[in-house]
Design a protein around this ligand. Sequence first.
Ligand code: FAD
Length: 321
Amino acid sequence: MTRKVIVLGEIREGELRNVSFEGIAAAKTVAEGGEVVAVLLGESVGNLAPEMIQYGADRAVVVENPKLASYTPDGFSQAILAVVEQEQPDAIIFGHTALGKDLSPKVASKLGSGLISDAVAIEAAGGNVVFTRPIYSGKAFEKKIVTDGLIFASIRPNNIAPLEKDASRTGEVSSVSVEIKDLRTIIREVAKKAIQGVDLTEAKVIISGGRGVKSVEGFKPLQELADVLGGAVGASRGACDAEYCDYSLQIGQTGKVVTPDLYIACGISGAIQHLAGMSNSKVVVAINKDPEANIFKVADYGIVGDLFEVVPMLTEEIKSL
Ligand code: FAD
């Protein structure tokens, strides 16, 4: 069974986020040989459409409007609903990002559709599309099949591999004009602070600090290690609550969910709520001075020691390679 799938490209600071390309790969699986249509929303975003096609979309639809310059749930939902009305897709894929988490339930409810959120894997066989998603804070996984109506899913960043970019791929780019009205939401650009450097949810390497880091200054050696590894700095809620860092860095059940190739937890005890956000990382290294700390139960490599000695040593070692 072939399907028409639309996939929302996510743009930050004028560039497409990786999750957009992962969404195209997911959409290809769901389409089962059908058409994949990339959708871009923003003030002036048409220049990014060819890249969505190079990553595998068959064509792109662009909605440009000054009221879409910044993300607002009202503006973006009106725009995407207009595209859905025009395209009549069988399936919709969003990223399970801060934007996707906010927008997808709103759009799903307007469409009277269900929503499979936070999918980490997708298989299509014999007409069924099977989505795998974590439950119980990542302790178990469930499989979901949509048996009727629109398939609407959001995918967790860093879990579905994007297709290889093919610079020679071309496709039609069309535009839909939408009158955005009743814009009730005014947002401050608080996200700016969080997006300096490597984006946490897309980072391949994360150096994360907990209450053991002890101060704002204490995060410096972690940032230095992150810099040499081309990674990002994250934190436990303990560190955020203690005001050692911004809440935008919080990883866990009530923070960001991350799946980097390498997660180095420094001075983090390993509370269940923290593990919910990072235990699916490919390799976990824990540095903690308490040999009984729970974090060692999920760590592939554990270092019992003082993070203020171990982290600078690691940085120097890596620099010397
Ligand atoms: P602590 O538990 O205080 O651990 C500090 C660790 O640092 C200790 O293991 C200590 O041995 C070690 N240490 C101290 N000094 C050093 C040193 N010099 N070198 C090496 N190690 C050292 N937490 C999250 O992280 N994310 C969430 O999303 C989240 N959501 C929550 C939601 C709810 C509803 C609730 C109730 C809690 C939530 N929490 C969350 C909080 C969670 O329960 C823990 O309180 C928190 O994760 C603890 O943070 P921590 O590990 O940094 O601090």
